[in-house]
Structure formats: C-alpha cells, structure tokens
Design a protein around this ligand. Structure first.
Ligand SMILES: Nc1ncnc2c1ncn2[C@@H]1O[C@H](COP(=O)(O)OP(=O)(O)O)[C@@H](O)[C@H]1O
Ligand SMILES: [Mg+2]
Length: 355
C-alpha cells in the first residue's frame, strides 16, 4: 500500500471529555561532556490520549529516542532533563526516585524497542520473563501469572503458546521475539505504550502484522501509544496525531490529516515531499538535502535555518516556541507564524476531501 492509497487519514481527535494519559510539557534535556549541548531536546510539548496514537517523526538524530528515554527515565549518564515536566497519573515522572520510576516502567507505561533482544533476557524462558514482570508490578501470585503468560503469548499471536512459554528468546525468529516483547510490554495492562521504531528491524510483511497487532491491542486495552518512527507510511496508516522533531525541537504538531495535507513547517513539508508517491510500503524516509546538525552544533534561532529554502536573517535570531497557526495545529516556523510564508497544501490521492 502506498501513501496515496492509505485507507484513511484520521479525522481530528479529541472529544472534550478526553483527558491525556501522558503530558509532556516544555521538556528540555541537556547533554554534558565534550559535545556539551544545552537543549539537546528543547521545549518539547505534546499530549498522548487514551486509545490514540501520537507519532513522533523526524530524521535520524532529531531527538526522538532521547525524548522517549526521558519519559521512561532511561537517559544515559551525561544526559539529564533540565526543564519542563512529564505528567503521568498525576505525577511528574521527572521528579520520581529511580525505584518509583522502575515501578512505572513496564507497569503503567509499557515499552517496545527496535531490537527485542535489548529488552529480553537471553538466559530466561520467555514465559518466566512475563511472570516476573507481573509479580514485580502487580504482585500477582505465581500460578496466576503463569496462566496469564500463556494467555498473553496467545494474544500476541504466538502459536502453541502453552509450549512456547518454555522457549528461550534465541529459539525464536525475530518476528516472534518482537511479539514476546509486545506481550511483555502489555503484561501489566499499561495505560501508555511507548514504541521506539518497533518494526524497523523486521521485514515488510512482519512489520504489517506487528502494526496490526498493536492496533488490535490498542482497541482492546484503550492504551495511548507514543510511536517513534521515521516511516511516514506507518504514520499515515496508524497514527492519529503527529509531532515532527528537528534537531531536538518540536517543529510541528497536529492531526495526521492536517499535517499531511497542510504542513505548516518547511521541514515537515520537505519530509512529506521527499516521500515519493507510489513509494514502496513503509519505505525509508527520504532525506531533505543537507544533514541534521550534531549535538553541540545547533545553530541559534531556528535550528532548521541552515537547511531551509525559505530562510531569512531573522530566522537565525528569533527565539521561538511552537504556537497554533491553525486549529489544533502548531508550528515553530517564524515565517508561518507571522503569515509571511504560506506552504502549499498537499494533495493526498485517495482522500477525497484533500483540502
Ligand atoms: N548516549 C549519547 N550520548 C550523547 N549524545 C547522544 C547519545 N545518544 C544520542 N545522542 C545525540 O542526541 C541526539 C538525538 O539522538 P536520538 O534521540 O537518538 O535521535 P533519533 O532517535 O531521533 O534518531 C543526536 O544528536 C545524538 O547524536
Ligand atoms: Mg531513535
């Protein structure tokens, strides 16, 4: 399936009764050490809603993983949050003790990474790993947890779950390992699932199966999903809202429909235009010409100014935040905000009202 054949671009979200399950507000993360970069991630704001998927997109090195790791409290030693908040179930996760964060991770917030072996214990049977998670997070008696482990493996589509609980991860294919990781991630009925490039390492058919599985689980469990991806086909198929990151800044935020039809930042427009119509399903994001600056080398003002075709002198001086430039649609571009730049709407075929 190509983007222009996508079944639907979701309509604008939230009914007024919807409350976010996870709120990231003006999050700033600093890098210390030789490549010192205050604002490695800077002023990032978004909400994740129950039963909805927010896609975090941008080229490699834009800070998507760093943002996810900050939420999970899994930052490497030289990196630390220095501002903003991450609110989950009434608490700011940035202020929790490590032991409290461990309880949240794998409990209320599930996580899936690109490489299943980074989260699975190679020396432990897969069923045991699920049992351990449930005992740790919800203090469930062993025999009940064991029963639930089989159900979970079955639920994520692992054949012969009753016998596969006794398999070790290395006895399984990559696609099956990914399913085990998903079973682990939902083992404690999370309210939020953070999935960082969950299908990038898998071949196309398995990718589609895993995404279908996530969609089914989301429907069943009502989880909010934060999906990190560089794949716009996945975004179009799967996400409701999209946050575009560039060099640690959130440059645009809106519904998938609005952003795909009316990008309001030159970077997002570049990304979308770089995805050829008729591209292979879930093909890699083509690169806008130039490169994302490395940490420690961000330009002042708009960080995209060094690659932007519309740049003017003021872009390099202005300290901006994202503001609404249309209903529920935020942009960080100075020229879009001031009305000096109007980006052309994009026509996404197969979506009749592509206005
Ligand atoms: N362990 C690390 N130490 C220092 N800098 C890092 C580390 N990991 C990533 N970075 C830097 O942080 C920035 C964001 O990286 P990352 O969040 O991994 O990007 P993405 O997930 O969007 O590809 C990049 O400039 C990257 O070089
Ligand atoms: Mg990443």
């Amino acid at each position: 399936m190509t983007l222009d054949e996508t079944t639907h671009l979701h309509a604008r979200p939230t009914s007024p009764s919807d409350r976010p399950v996870l709120s990231v507000d003006r999050l700033t993360v600093d890098l210390d050490g030789a490549d010192k970069q205050p604002g490695l991630v800077e002023d990032v704001t978004f909400d994740v809603y129950p039963d909805r998927t927010l896609a975090l997109i941008g080229e490699s090195g834009c800070g998507k993983t760093m943002t996810a790791m900050t939420i999970l409290g899994l930052l490497p030693p030289a990196i630390a949050a220095s501002g903003g908040s991450v609110t989950f179930e009434g608490r700011d996760l940035l202020t929790l003790k490590p032991s409290e964060l461990r309880q949240v991770r794998g409990g209320g917030i599930g996580m899936i990474f690109q490489d299943p072996m980074s989260s699975l214990n190679p020396t432990m049977k897969v069923g045991e790993q699920i049992i351990e998670a449930r005992r740790l997070h919800i203090d469930e008696p062993r025999n009940q947890a064991a029963k639930r482990a089989v159900e979970l493996l079955d639920q994520v589509g692992i054949p012969n779950a009753t016998s596969r609980v006794d398999a070790y991860p290395f006895e399984m294919s990559g696609g099956m390992q990914q399913r085990v990781m998903i079973a682990m991630s939902i083992a404690c009925d999370p309210k939020v699932l953070i999935a960082d490039e969950p299908t990038t390492a898998l071949d196309v058919t398995i990718q589609a199966e895993i995404l279908d599985l996530l969609a089914t689980l989301q429907r069943d469990l009502g989880m909010g999903i934060l999906l990190v991806t560089h794949d716009l086909g996945v975004v179009a198929d799967f996400a409701d809202e999209v946050a575009v990151m560039y060099a640690g800044h959130l440059v645009e935020f809106g519904s998938v429909r609005d952003v795909f039809h009316h990008p309001q930042h030159p970077y997002s427009q570049g990304l979308l235009d770089a995805m050829p119509q008729g591209a292979k399903p879930r093909s890699q994001l083509a690169i806008v010409s130039g490169r994302v600056p490395m940490a420690g080398q961000f330009p002042s003002g708009c960080r995209f100014s060094t690659r932007c075709p519309h740049v003017v002198k003021r872009c390099r001086q202005a300290e901006l935040s994202t503001i609404d430039v249309a209903l529920d649609h935020r942009s960080r571009c100075l020229l879009v905000q001031s009305g000096e730049l109007t980006l052309a709407p994009r026509h996404v075929n197969g979506d009749a009202d592509g206005q």
